[in-house]
Structure formats: structure tokens, C-alpha cells
Write a protein that binds this ligand. Structure first.
Ligand SMILES: Cc1cc2nc3c(=O)[nH]c(=O)nc-3n(C[C@H](O)[C@H](O)[C@H](O)COP(=O)(O)OP(=O)(O)OC[C@H]3O[C@@H](n4cnc5c(N)ncnc54)[C@H](O)[C@@H]3O)c2cc1C
Length: 492
């Protein structure tokens, strides 16, 4: 009996593969598993699929290509301005991620060219929700929204599914293989998997962000202001922005440092949660016109800034406090823009993201842990399930330094080994997305969306092969897994 005085509806359901978390990695895992012949249930606690990619409004997939890291501060500005239209470095992630982008391009919901991805592939996060629903349903996945997995079904160190529970129903979903794509490694943690969190030196992770969108902007006026103030922004950056604008390409607007200094002196600039002061020199802040129905919208600008520091995102109380503080920052940032930034005089806050942006939380300890050295040296592995070559991007933990961007060496990419998807000591369970087994710095690379999609695809495919062969995921034949992924247009 529930507290509502109603008999709780208890049900039992069976499936081959249960994917917990329908976000960036989860939707790809579910598609891959279903296309490889398995019966799949995808459970998602929110009202939409795509997770941080869509509801979090992180509207750039970084990166399906190798990405060169800037050599100095001036080059960093120029590169950040134009990553969204860069096709030059080698592309290393394809398959379902590329297919998804191509379909977004067909509907005017992504910028670029079919068959390829830009270094930071821009898309419309609202249409993303719809496109992901289409693709997942077409693959034959059974989608359960409003379904939070609250516990695991376990016996003898093996996960046999999850429990979905709300005030009215409790459903035991039994699965031959479970894939944890919750971002926070919720299922793994419930199953008793070992995990690490944050920087080993401080215990704290990267800052959180609540993306927000400002409407009613006259960006032409803002761009004129930037052009007239090369001293504030840097001449090379201003020239790059002008070129991208005249070519109709996407671009990123950097912080208005002089305006921020003025607002700080007047007490008009919001201080992020968890730090005491803002350093305009090291501020991580970016703004971009949104791309909707085939056009860049110069009146609709998406904003991304580091807003909350030293928060454990797996702690409900801490996350609640930080979320409330971040929304306050968003409202006050909109006011700052109206008062201080030319072109924003008549602007307004359209919305804050549906999902708070968490860069890192639990990192599940797997049969192998990917290291900073593996990533930076471009290491290859016999059990590689995909290539990855985007920059390592670790944001500052205390608001005092600039973000770290480091480049993958070797051939420009490293292998993600299959073992990082296998939580140590636990059977029938795979993990994909930002919570795979990686150290703090390596996670700064593998947390990017293209890597999450790639690990999601490998996990879904491995789970389906395990079922087909009647083995535990740990015993999947690596050569068969690699051949299957290659046949599905992934590079190994
Ligand atoms: C502010 C910010 C900016 C970023 N910028 C970029 C960028 O420019 N480019 C880039 O490529 N990457 C960027 N990243 C990184 C990247 O977006 C994320 O790391 C990635 O999207 C995470 O994917 P995921 O599948 O692991 O998690 P998510 O996409 O967050 O998906 C997890 C899903 O699981 C669901 N879920 C959680 N718990 C449960 C449960 N118990 N039961 C059921 N469902 C559950 C969630 O609701 C969610 O839908 C950024 C991240 C942040 C936070």
C-alpha cells in the first residue's frame, strides 16, 4: 500500500537488454542493441530523450574529429571562435552519430555537410529530442519515459535488471544485460560497483552550468561593438569573427571583459555559486546564435558559463542548492546583458535548460581505467572499440585558472578499450557515456558527446552479441565485436 492509500501496482517485465538513461550515450546504445537483433527497453527518468545533448542544451557535438589544441591564448580565442565550422582535422567517429547528424541536416536542424561532422557539430537541441525519438522508435526500442531506475535486481555479483518505481507502480524489469547510461553511473553504484569522483588531489569535480537562452537580441549591433573594440577582444579574433559572419558560418562570441569589469565594480555582475570572486581574465564563458530551421538566429543567443563550483552532483541537497543558485545567476546575467552589452538593450531570458549541465560525477572503476597518458599519447589497445581524438577539456575547479585544453598525440586519436565499459567485479552490466572508467583528466576527453555516443554504440552492440552467443558481456569475442562495429561504419 502506498502512502496515497492506493495499492501499488507491482509488475514484472522481461527483456533482453535494459538501457538505463536515454541521454547522449543511452539513445545510441539502445539503437545499436536493437539493430543487432535484441529486444530492448530504454528507461529515462525525464520527459525527453537526449539528456545533456538535448535537454541540457549543449548544442555542439565535440568532436567526431581529432582536434588540435591552441598553442597560446590568442590562438585559443581564434580557434574557439571557429571550431563549429572546422572540417580540417581527421574524422574518427562515424556510424550512428554520423547518421543522426545527417538526419538533423536534412531537416535544417544542424549546420554543415552530409557525411561529415564539424569539429564542434552545431545542432538544434529542441529538434534533437524529436529526431532521437524517431530514430529510437524506428529501431524497435521500447521507450519508457518518466521511468527512473531506483534499484538493481542482483544475485551473485550479477545484475539481472532494474526496478522502476514511482508513487503508483513498481516494475521489476528483468534483463539479460543491463547498460548504465545514466551519466552519474546510478545503476553501477546501486550494484555496488567501485567508483571515483573528482580530482584526486581535491576531490572536487568540474564546475556545473545551467545553459540559458536570451531572446530579442540585435546581434548585428553586438558584432559591430566587437569590431570597433579590437583592443578588448584581440585583432585576430575580431578578424576571424568578421570572416565567419560574412561567410554565413557559425561562430562563438567570447566574454565582454571590459563590460564585465565595469559591472563587477558596480556590483551588477553575478558571482557564480561556490566561489568568492570572478576573474574576467580566466572566465569560461561563451555565447552562440542558435541554429533553427536552417538559419542562424541573431536574435536568439545561447549562453554557456561556469556557474557552480565544488558541487557533488550525485548529492540531491547540494544539487538543489546549486541549481537554484544557477538559475539566479542566469536571471542576473540577462539583466547584466541588458544594461551593459550593446545589442541586448531589449532582450529577455527565454529559458534555462531543462537539465542542469554536469561535467563529471562518478567515474566507474572498470576492468581497465583509461589514463591521461593513454589519451595524450594516442595509445592503441587490442580491445579498442572506437577511436577518439578530441581535446581534453578540463574546466577550472575554483574559478582562478583558465580551462585546460590538451591535444591527443600519436596518430591524433586513441582507442577506447572495451574493458572501460565493464564495471569491475560485476557481471551482466556495461557502462557508457561520461561515467566510463577513466581518470580525472582522461574523462575530460571522453566526456565529450561524440565519445559518449561511440561508447554507447559499442556497449549496445556488445550487449546484443553477448546475448546472441549466450555469454556474459565480459566474455564477448572482441574480434567479432570489432568486426560488427566496423561493418556498421565505425572506425576501430
Ligand atoms: C555545460 C556543459 C557543456 C558541455 N559542452 C560540451 C560541448 O560543447 N560538446 C560536447 O561534445 N560535450 C560537451 N559537454 C559534455 C557532454 O555534453 C556530456 O558529457 C554528455 O552529453 C554526457 O552524456 P551521457 O550520455 O553520459 O549523459 P546524459 O546525456 O546526461 O544522459 C544521462 C541520461 O540518464 C537519465 N537518467 C539519470 N539517472 C537515471 C535513472 N536513475 N533512471 C533513468 N534515467 C536516468 C538522465 O535524465 C539523462 O537523460 C558539456 C557538458 C556540460 C555539462
Amino acid at each position: 500500500m502506498s502512502r496515497l492509500g492506493v495499492e501499488k501496482h507491482n509488475r514484472k517485465v522481461q527483456t533482453d537488454i535494459l538501457v538505463a538513461g536515454g541521454g547522449t550515450a543511452g539513445f545510441v546504445a539502445a539503437i545499436a542493441a536493437a539493430r543487432n537483433g535484441a529486444k530492448v527497453i530504454l528507461v529515462e527518468k525525464r520527459d525527453h530523450l537526449g539528456g545533456t545533448h538535448s535537454g541540457g542544451m549543449v548544442m555542439m557535438i565535440r568532436s567526431m574529429r581529432h582536434m588540435r589544441a591552441p598553442r597560446d591564448a590568442a590562438e585559443k580565442k581564434v580557434m574557439i571562435a571557429g571550431y563549429e565550422s572546422a572540417f580540417d582535422d581527421q574524422q574518427v567517429v562515424y556510424s550512428i552519430a554520423q547518421e543522426y547528424i545527417d538526419r538533423m541536416l536534412e531537416t535544417g536542424s544542424a549546420w554543415g555537410m552530409k557525411g561529415q561532422a564539424t569539429a564542434r557539430q552545431l545542432f538544434d537541441p529542441e529538434i534533437a529530442k524529436w529526431m532521437i525519438e524517431r530514430m529510437v522508435l524506428e529501431a524497435g526500442v521500447d521507450v519508457w519515459l518518466y521511468a527512473q531506475s531506483t534499484d538493481v535486481l542482483m544475485a551473485n555479483h550479477a545484475v539481472n535488471g532494474v526496478v522502476i518505481e514511482n508513487m503508483l507502480e513498481r516494475v521489476e524489469i528483468t534483463a539479460k544485460v543491463t547498460i548504465d547510461t545514466t551519466g552519474d553511473g546510478e545503476v553501477c553504484a546501486a550494484a555496488g560497483a567501485r567508483f571515483e569522483k573528482g580530482d584526486p588531489e581535491t576531490g572536487f569535480g568540474q564546475p556545473l552550468t545551467l545553459y540559458f537562452v536570451i531572446g530579442g537580441v540585435n546581434l548585428e549591433k553586438t558584432l559591430d561593438y566587437i569590431r570597433e573594440n579590437p583592443g578588448e577582444f584581440g585583432a585576430d579574433y575580431v578578424a576571424t569573427l568578421e570572416r565567419l559572419r560574412s561567410e554565413g558560418k557559425p561562430f562563438t562570441v567570447l566574454p565582454f571583459k571590459a563590460r564585465i569589469r565595469e559591472a563587477l565594480a558596480n556590483g551588477d555582475y553575478p558571482i557564480p555559486y561556490g566561489i568568492e570572486k570572478v576573474n574576467p581574465e580566466t572566465l569560461t564563458y561563451m555565447a552562440r546564435p542558435m541554429f533553427r530551421n536552417g538559419k542562424f538566429r541573431y536574435d536568439l543567443i545561447s549562453h554557456n558559463m561556469d556557474m557552480a563550483y565544488n558541487v557533488d552532483a550525485t548529492d540531491r541537497k547540494q544539487l538543489t542548492e546549486a541549481t537554484i543558485a544557477m538559475r539566479d545567476v542566469a536571471v542576473r546575467m540577462a539583466a547584466f546583458y541588458r544594461k551593459y552589452v550593446p545589442g541586448y538593450e531589449d532582450s529577455y531570458l527565454v529559458h534555462t535548460a531543462q537539465a542542469v549541465g554536469v561535467r563529471d560525477s562518478r567515474r566507474i572503476v572498470g576492468d581497465y581505467t583509461l589514463t591521461k597518458e593513454d589519451v595524450l599519447s594516442g595509445r592503441t589497445f587490442d580491445d579498442g572499440i572506437g577511436r577518439y581524438g578530441s581535446v581534453v577539456d578540463v574546466h577550472d575547479k575554483d574559478g582562478k585558472q583558465s580551462l585546460m585544453l590538451a591535444e591527443v598525440g600519436g596518430g591524433g586519436w586513441f582507442h577506447v578499450p572495451y574493458r572501460v565499459l565493464l564495471p569491475a567485479g560485476i557481471k551482466n552490466l556495461l557502462v557508457a557515456g561520461r561515467c566510463i572508467s577513466a581518470d580525472y583528466i582522461a574523462q575530460g576527453c571522453t566526456r565529450s558527446q561524440a565519445a559518449c555516443m561511440m561508447t554507447g554504440q559499442a556497449a549496445g552492440t556488445a550487449a546484443a552479441l553477448a546475448i546472441r552467443r549466450g555469454v556474459e558481456p565480459r566474455a564477448v569475442n572482441i574480434s567479432e565485436l570489432q568486426k560488427t562495429l566496423i561493418a556498421q561504419n565505425q572506425l576501430i
